[in-house]
Design a protein around this ligand. Structure first.
Ligand code: KIV
Ligand code: ZN
Length: 511
């Protein structure tokens, strides 16, 4: 039995999903959960890209035990140096450096010849080896690169000291037979390939990221780069849970496995979607709400007689428990802590106390507290702690109905100064948003407003997610409350605070 290394890039490529940016505290929570999941490598960020990314790589290096911690770095001296500076506290650091090898990228974007790119790759791998033993190299856009040149670059970087060669299908262009043949070609034509692990990194533009990764593995790749829920640049990356469960479920013919603790898959998926605000589609394989839901009478009948008639995976094996505890006002701290753990959160005692206090308040207002309510409590009460609250809601009063023009009276604090204003709108939320926009003088525009996690009945806690944009900064705000208008105001103000924070971070352009 061969083991496939799982390289998780949720915190790097996953964060490149529009609107998915996470703050440092959120990244640490996810990284700790990835360690519990048992991933082999965590790509914690792209150290040079922003102070926030640098801080995340640094803190994850110090605070997360188990996996190799990796930082991405362009093939540039300053990137490699910065990656090392962020990684040096990690017991097992890895520098992942990359440069394109396709003519289309070299000509139009990098403005380099093939020889120049090869030399740069070799020089930067050597520079990275000056800091760490574990160096990964990616020839970006490998699937559209001329194979003989690709072989030459790979051979040269292995000679320079790279121990993992990652083959990206950067634009998700390949199809499985072709991508499998590319890996086979590399194995057969790169003379020193045995000194390195072949890895793959597939994007999902044609919906083939998982199929291409599988084809690669069947042709000798031994590391797969993937993300939780398949999030990532554009259409996303190969989904970790699908890769892992394909290998586990079809071990009979593939004779391959991973070291993933599969029972942690569902909690990790829930954690990532609640932190990023990117919901999982109901019919998504493995972790979608419908993945284990049976609707047809024939299927239900078969299932009741024998589960394996219609279930190829036991839900328990990915951490979906059937004996779900019903959470309400009589639930104690122990049950609350257990439920949080099942949802992917292991909070410090202080944070647990804060969340529990809020849970009790919510439970007093409604009959049953659903998982989404608990996630909303954590998102609202715990995860925003790192964002300075320049704007703060004090009081909110809204009048609307069939006979009146919706109007809002908002009282807020801005940098500690109390301000109040009234305004009208097309509906109560519109009135609140227009008034807040006027008070804060924000230049941002609202890209998306959604009410999620309205569960159960009309007494449910609503979670509002908004996405706003100013220049090239896009942020997500969340707010939860049993009153949907209050949740909307909180989500908007949360987004405005994140935007202020973001505007202070200087990002370099990621190629
Ligand atoms: O998609 C890609 O090519 C990448 C590289 C940086 C590995 O994300
Ligand atoms: Zn990528």
């Amino acid at each position: 039995m061969d083991y496939i290394k799982i390289f998780d890039t949720t915190l790097r490529d996953g964060e490149q999903s529009p609107g998915a940016s996470m703050n440092v505290e959120e990244k640490i929570i996810i990284a700790k959960q990835l360690a519990r999941l048992g991933v082999d490598i965590i790509e914690a960020g792209f150290a040079i890209s922003s102070p926030g990314d640098f801080e995340a790589v640094k803190r994850i290096s110090h605070e997360v035990d188990g996996p190799v911690i990796c930082s991405l770095a362009r093939a540039k001296p300053e990137d490699i140096d910065k990656a090392w500076e962020a990684l040096k506290g990690a017991p097992k650091p890895r520098i992942h450096t990359f440069i394109s090898t396709s003519d289309i990228h070299l000509k139009h974007q990098f403005k380099m010849t093939r020889e120049e790119a090869k030399k740069r790759a070799v020089d930067m791998v050597k520079r990275a080896r000056g800091y760490v033993d574990d160096v990964e190299f990616s020839p970006m856009d490998a699937s559209r690169s001329e194979p003989v040149y690709l072989y030459e670059v790979i051979e040269a970087v292995i000679d320079a000291g790279a121990s993992t060669i990652n083959i990206p299908d950067t634009v998700g262009y390949s199809i499985p037979t072709e991508f499998g043949a590319l890996i086979k070609g590399i194995k057969e034509n790169v003379s020193n390939i045995k000194k390195a692990v072949i890895s793959v990194h597939c994007h999902n533009d044609l919906g083939l990221a998982v199929a291409n990764s599988l084809a690669a593995v069947m042709n000798g790749a031994r590391q797969v780069e993937c993300t939780i829920n398949g999030i990532g640049e554009r259409a996303g990356n190969a989904s970790l849970e699908e890769i892992v469960m394909i290998l586990r479920t079809r071990k009979d013919i593939l004779n391959l496995d991973t070291r993933i603790v599969t029972e942690q898959i569902y909690p990790t998926s829930r954690l990532v979607s609640s932190i990023t605000g990117i919901m999982v589609q109901p019919n998504k394989a493995i972790v979608g709400d419908n993945a284990f839901a049976h609707e047809s009478g024939i299927h239900q009948d078969g299932l009741l007689k024998e589960k394996t008639t219609y279930e190829i995976i036991r839900p328990e094996s990915i951490g979906i428990s059937h004996s779900k505890l019903v959470m309400g006002k009589h639930s104690g701290r122990h049950a609350f802590k257990t439920r949080l753990k099942e949802l992917g959160y292991e909070l410090s005692d202080d944070d647990l106390n804060k969340a529990f206090e809020r849970f009790k308040k919510v439970a007093d207002q409604k009959k049953e507290v659903f998982d989404e309510d608990i996630e909303a409590i954590v998102a609202d009460e715990i995860l925003r702690i790192e964002i300075p609250e320049r704007f703060k809601l004090d009081k909110l009063n809204v009048v609307s109905g069939t006979e009146s023009v919706p109007n809002a009276f908002v009282e807020m604090y801005i940098d500690g100064k109390h301000v109040k204003e009234a305004g009208f709108g097309d509906g109560p939320v519109d009135a609140v948003y227009k008034t807040i926009a006027h008070i804060t003088k924000t230049k941002s525009k609202l890209l998306k407003y959604s009410v999620n996690a309205i569960t159960g009945g009309t007494d449910a806690q609503g979670e509002v997610t908004v996405r706003i944009q100013e220049d090239d900064h896009i942020v997500l705000g969340q707010g939860a409350h049993t009153d949907i208008i209050v949740a909307s105001a909180k989500a908007y103000i949360n987004a405005l605070n994140k935007l202020e924070y973001k505007k202070k971070e200087k990002k370099v352009k990621v190629v």
